[in-house]
Design a protein around this ligand. Structure first.
Ligand SMILES: [Zn+2]
Ligand SMILES: [Zn+2]
Length: 85
């Protein structure tokens, strides 16, 4: 947690707003959803929490986010594809 910058909440909020409060992976809409076990989170493509460049950040629901961090399925290719969006 200490690796995250002080204004991380602000940064993450801006990313979510930019993503229109939708998971960029599955499209789950969190605009009108209260926390019902799922929430929108912000993921670092390169997994470096200090790297808060907008192109390194993506809004993911906690389910998709978990998938990225589990089993090593996330590779650089997926990240690069999304960076071009
Ligand atoms: Zn999702
Ligand atoms: Zn992540």
């Amino acid at each position: 947690m200490s690796r995250y910058s002080k204004d991380w909440n602000k940064i993450a909020c801006a990313i979510k707003q930019k993503a229109d409060w939708k998971c960029s992976q599955c499209g789950a809409d969190f605009k009108n959803k209260s926390s019902r076990g799922s929430c929108l989170q912000v993921h670092h493509w390169n997994r470096i929490p200090e790297d808060n460049r907008p192109e390194n950040l993506v809004a993911l629901c906690n389910i998709c986010h978990l998938k990225y961090h589990r089993g090593g399925k996330s590779n650089i290719l997926i990240g690069q594809l999304s960076l071009n969006l």
